[in-house]
Design a protein around this ligand. Sequence first.
Ligand SMILES: [Zn+2]
Length: 343
Amino acid sequence: MSGALITDILPWQQQAWQQMLAQLSSGQLPHALLLSAGADTGKRHFALMLAQRILCRSPKQDIPCGDCVACKLSAAGNNPDLLLITPEEKSKFIKVDQIRELKKYIETSSHALGKRIIVLDAAENLNANGANALLKSLEEPPADVLFLLLSDRPRSVLATIASRCVALKLPMPDKVQALSWLKKQVPQDAGGTLEYALDYSQGRPMAALRILGSEQSEEQTEIGMALLKTLQQEELATRTAGRYYKTHGVELLETLAYWLNSLAKFQLTGNRLMLKGETLQQAANLLDSGHRDRQDLARRMLQLYQQVSLAQMQLSGAGNPNVQLLLEDLLLQLQSLAASGRR
Ligand SMILES: [Zn+2]
């Protein structure tokens, strides 16, 4: 299920959202909607927020309140009056079991004696079985059920199904809207990175967000800063190793492995998307400025990466390695990557 309460109206969906609210308040919301929009532009976000808003007992202005019983259930991802059916990972298709679940769901009654909402993602990927089951419910819809069907390709949705839904096409965001939204999601990333990710995703903000990755933990950020200082020779390798080896040896190695992997990929492809976060980008700039031979630098990074992997294995193994010495050695080698270019 969807385990989060959604309370931010996507800027490019503002108008569609107001339209839905107007229909809702005048009791004119149809029993089945086919919401279409380009992939990764926030259809599911819209549908789930609408569902949560409808189920909310005391909506705040235009959005779900977050405090009532229904909102709390929605936030925990187990509001029994909201069923989300989405293709299981790696399969594009809605499975027969999922349709059975849907049928059963329709037959039982509402938890809160109010609306029940079924959000069905990728409606174009229903197989014949699923379509038949759904069709029955759409032909004789239970009074309390609202269907929200989602599709990237509404023309591929079976005509018998589409004809029983009211269609609503959600717009693509323009670049300014998408960028300002992204900025709010990943404030630690600089504007240039966001723009690059957005271009790379053909203007689809949800895809760009996936590329940018989830936020780093405070710990990772701190270790990243320490690595950068070491690389810049502002901090001795021995001191960095000394600071982390007792409590955060594993994390340091993880971060170092991630860095080397990303930096090598960047050297080989020139693709800045490989560099997530400010510190990693600064590290790349530093290494980049000293070296003419990108291939050679990448090769040396990957060699060091292998040594880090080996050290990780040693740390998790049965032996009793000298972690401090291990870290020192690896950090010295990291420094030499930067130093060798300046010679
Ligand atoms: Zn509420």
